[in-house]
Write a protein that binds this ligand. Structure first.
Ligand SMILES: [Zn+2]
Length: 125
């Protein structure tokens, strides 16, 4: 269990935005490599997108697994344009509490002062 502390919070919020460079498809979570690198993986079986998986952008070592299946809660909406991935709503990583938006494969850290939440929550994709 990771302990939450102010120092890591400060570090996290001052992290630069991060860009994932590749998009790869696999057919199950078990096929994912140990090291995800700077790739975003979409787990797709049949015609159904199930998960989006990538390493936590604050380099804590966590693997972020984002559910896309609407019969499980919570689920996220996925948009793929070219090889760029957009997810909504924002993502909070359990364990390290990183909070960010993934927009066209770029990590944008959530900032309360931007009123991100309220603006984008009403933005229907
Ligand atoms: Zn993390």
């Amino acid at each position: 269990m990771r302990k939450f502390n102010l120092k890591s919070l400060f570090k996290k919020q001052s992290s630069p935005d991060f860009q994932y460079s590749r998009l790869e498809y696999v057919s199950s979570i078990a096929e994912l490599p140990k090291e995800l690198g700077d790739s975003i993986f979409i787990v797709k079986r049949g015609k159904i997108d199930r998960w989006v998986v990538f390493k936590c952008p604050n380099n804590c070592g966590n693997r972020v697994e984002v559910n896309l299946m609407k019969n499980q809660y919570p689920f996220w909406r996925l948009k793929v344009k070219g090889n760029k991935v957009t997810l909504s709503p924002s993502i909070i990583v359990e364990g390290c509490n990183a909070h960010f938006w993934l927009t066209e494969s770029r990590v944008e850290w959530f900032k309360f002062e931007n009123k991100d939440y309220y603006e984008r929550a009403n933005d229907k994709h």
